[in-house]
Structure formats: C-alpha cells, structure tokens
Write a protein that binds this ligand. Structure first.
Ligand SMILES: N[C@@H]1[C@@H](O)[C@H](O)[C@@H](COP(=O)(O)O)O[C@@H]1O
Length: 261
C-alpha cells in the first residue's frame, strides 16, 4: 500500500485526477469506479477541468457506481445514481450509456446485486476504483464486520452512517434509508487499482486503523492491505494518527515523477 500525504483536499483531488487522466491516455475506454460523499468532489472537479482544457480526452471513458441506497424513488436527487450523473457523468460530457450502477429500486434486490457483479465482470472489470472512508472505517457501504470476501449485496446501515449522511437529507435522519446495495469487499478488491481519498480530522482514526491496524472485518477499509495496487491519499488532518507518517512522506518525496501513483 502506498500512502501519499497531501497538504489539502484540492491537492489530493488534483493528484488523483491526474492519475485518472493518465489511465485514460493509456486506455481511453477505461472503466472508472466512482465513489460518492463530499470527499471525492475535488477529484471530479479537477478531472472535468482537465477535460475542458483538453489535457485528456474522456469521451470514451466508462463510469460505474460503488453503492446505492435501496428504496429511494427513481430520480431522487440523493440517490447515488443521481449524484454520480450530476457530479461525474455530466461534467465529463458523457452520456448515460457510458454509466452503470446497481438498481436500488429493483423489486428483487438480491437479483439486482448478482446482476451488477456480473455486469462489472462482463464490462472487463474496474480499472481504477475510487473510495472514500466512513468514520466507522467502511468502504462503499460495507459496514464493520462485512465479510472481506463479500460480493455485491444488500446491507443495513449503522446508526453512525445514517447520522453522518443525514446532511444530504435536510439533516433529517428519518429520511436516510436503512438499506443499501454495495459492491462487496471481494468485488472492490477485483479492481486493478484502488485509490482511497480521506480528508479532515474526522477520518484520522479510521485511516490509522485501516492503514496501520490489523487486517480486520471490523475495519472494512483495512482490506486495502490485501490489494497489490492500493493508494491511500490523505491530507494532513486525516494523516494525524499515522505512526509512519514521516516514512510515507520521505518515500513519496523520493519517488520518480514518471511513476505516478
Ligand atoms: N457510501 C459512501 C461512501 O462511499 C463514502 O466513502 C462515505 C464517506 O463520505 P464523505 O466523503 O462524505 O465523508 O459516505 C458514504 O457512506
């Protein structure tokens, strides 16, 4: 695992957007797995700016969702489908055909989960999967004690996650669904490159446990330790609990520019 400590979220967004642009220069139809929440927004803004400046052609890029709420009405502005269309697909100038996600309003949710795993495989697998981290260490919506081998499936949110996400629902926890579909940890680990961005002091404990703690289902993000190409990008506040912070800084400073992340 590589840990990169950046000064702030804008620098993290720029670094990761450049990695995505570099991927698209090498593989124009790359399948980009995107995450929701506040943290990745600087990535999407930086990538859209690169497209607008013609630094990269993203016209053949494909985008896929990490997770989704179950039971929100179609077109609800806070469904992750709506969020990804608004924050990623439209700013990149892509059409909806280049986008895929699990069907959170399916009558048969279990079948929708199996179908999504199959669709990801049939699309050739995810080339680069962006991840955030929950304050309880979740990735996607894999809450603590999710199987490290899990596939896309329905999960029940913890109270903490519903409290954290209430800000997207007018601060009203009653509006936050209890159930979600999420790529499983086993599914996520099949992506060719995992890139987790964490910013702010509220993430410092979860980051320290994920990066330096034992591999544990209790901290789902610790599963990145199993992946051969995982990059964790953190700002100074989110890095505050890392014992090896100086080592991570020195290692990245000595890295040749051409190597990227
Ligand atoms: N399912 C999403 C996660 O993918 C995201 O990482 C997390 C953190 O969000 P934020 O970046 O807003 O802190 O929120 C949600 O629970």
């Amino acid at each position: 695992m590589e840990v990169v400590i950046v000064p702030d979220s804008a620098a993290g967004g720029e670094l990761i957007a450049e990695a995505m642009a570099d991927l698209l220069r090498r593989k124009p139809d790359a399948l980009l797995g995107v995450a929701t929440g506040s943290t990745p927004l600087p990535i999407y803004q930086a990538l859209a700016a690169k497209v607008a400046n013609k630094e990269v052609d993203a016209s053949r890029a494909r985008v896929c969702q990490l997770d989704e709420y179950v039971g929100l009405p179609a077109g609800h502005p806070e469904s992750y489908r709506s969020v990804v269309l608004r924050e990623v697909v439209e700013p990149l100038g892509l059409d909806q055909d280049s986008f895929m996600g699990p069907d959170g309003s399916a009558e048969d949710v279990a079948a929708a989960c199996v179908a999504y795993d199959r669709a990801l495989a049939e699309a050739g697998g995810v080339d680069l999967q962006l991840l955030g981290i929950g304050t309880d260490g979740h990735i996607g919506f894999n809450e603590p004690c999710s199987s490290l081998a899990s596939r896309t499936r329905i999960k029940t949110l913890t109270q903490q996650t519903r409290v954290d996400n209430a800000r997207f629902f007018e601060g009203d926890i009653e509006q936050v669904p209890h159930h979600v579909i999420t790529q499983g940890i086993g599914t996520i680990l099949e992506a060719r490159h995992l890139v987790l961005l964490a910013t702010g002091e509220a993430k410092a404990d979860a980051v320290a446990l994920a990066v330096e703690g034992p591999l544990s289902a209790l901290v789902p993000a610790s599963a990145l330790q199993l992946h051969p190409h995982a990059t964790v990008v953190v700002d100074e506040a989110a890095a505050a609990g890392l014992k090896l912070a100086d080592y991570f800084r020195a290692t990245y400073a000595a890295k040749p520019d051409w190597q990227g992340i």
